[in-house]
Design a binder for this molecule. Sequence first.
Ligand code: NOJ
Length: 536
Amino acid sequence: MNSPVWWRDAAIYQVYPRSFRDSNGDGEGDLQGVIAGLPYLADLGVDAIWLSPFYKSPNKDGGYDVSDPRDVDPRFGTLADAKDLIAAAHAHGIKFITDIVPNHFSADHRWFQEALAAPKGSIARSRFHFYDGRGENGEMPPNNWISIFRGPAWTRTPDGQWYLHLFDSSQPDLNWDNPDVAADFEETLRFWLDLGVDGFRIDVAHGSVKEDILIDHRDPERLVDALRLDFLEISEAERAGLLGDIPFFDREGVHDIYRSWRRILNEYSGDRMAVAEAFVYPSSRAARYVRQDELNQVFNFNFMMLGWDAAAMKASIEGTLAELVDVKAPATWVLNNHDTPRVVTRIGSARKARALAMLTHSLPGGIYIYQGEELGLPSADLPDAARQDPAFIRSGGTDKGRDECRVPLPWSSTLANYGYGAGKPWLPQPSDWAQYAMDVEVKVPSSSWTLYKKSLALRHSHPALGGEGVPTWIDAPLGVMHFTREPGLEVVVNATDERVTVAVSGTSILLESADGSSLQDGRLAIAANTTIWLQH
Ligand code: NOJ
């Protein structure tokens, strides 16, 4: 790492706490489980962890349905456990980032319960989006929007009004025009900052502000396809058409929110940060979330959605770095998360996933690692009966949902439930996961874990890794990427299925994503689907 500001080139590990490690045997991961896993994460060499929500929640959407953002859900532990976890992470030299969900609350939140009990037109209702329906008796929703989890984006209340929920009906969207909402989120930010968190991951950062709420979309079903991070079979051009200008995402008003949040972050010492989950189109608009007076990082979803295609990846890397120059923000590189297929499954092989990881670890800026990625875990096959994602439930099973990437981690090849915990895991673990268990991979020199550990260590020790700037590209054969970063790093990525020979200036191999390559007299014969770092 070369940046004086920790988050600008940090390796940030995403913990999905429900599936990380279960300390009390109830089948669900918890905060004490995360504490127990910290030595492992420190050994791996991550700089920070980001935890998906562990707040009070009825857990209809994996905790992204928050009923009290300033308390911990009993299924994860207590507020005291959260304080212990923050302290324990810091004791290991690991920063702590927590999730914040400003687009919606849970329907169980006190405010929504008050709104349901309050009359039409009341202040309590104005904290959400309540409208009368269309049709003679208001029996039709106020517009034709579809929930991102399918089904209408509106639910009718007993008194006949409808409320908006872009996600599950248990997640009513907040109305940011009501100043109570901004005030409450300020309180939440300060609450966690005072407890010592180093940053926030902002859920649906492009959501929150809505305009023209009563206007229909011309193709709401297809729009929902375009909005899904796990739906990859939609062309850029079609996405552009569908997402070009929708009244509920990427509105100008969201930037006012983030300017005010940045002012709060800046009041605290220690380079506190925030990273935006902003899925916007065209992707160049993501840079607007990380202007100097707004948030610090934005997930690079454009790159994440590409296949293993050298030309497309190179264009995206160049585009990403160019887009961020003016705003002076660092890039981020993300391969998967709790909403997407695991990278091994998405690009089709563990070998390609390792080469892809090494490519991103060599680029300027920060990297995000989703728990289990370092083990090379594929998405798991699950019986429908086990699925819990509201996307599966609301679609009547046509959308398989995101449970496949949320299966509890394998820690041990010999213990029950792969050492995740004593109780039956909330999602079933595949029978062939012993091969991926941490206790196995940490001992195997050719494992994904060993590769990640080495690459993260080199990101700390090598002067060209991490940091910022742009790579210097070198002409390369079709399907190959070749660049240098100064001082002293040369990177070759062979994204083809054939062995390729490339002229290099590097004199020794620092790290390779798989074996089978050779370097002699300035010529690197690089094996298929491999990335190599050379010292040059
Ligand atoms: C994005 C989160 O990553 C996802 O898991 C969640 O379902 C939606 N936002 C709604 O909060």
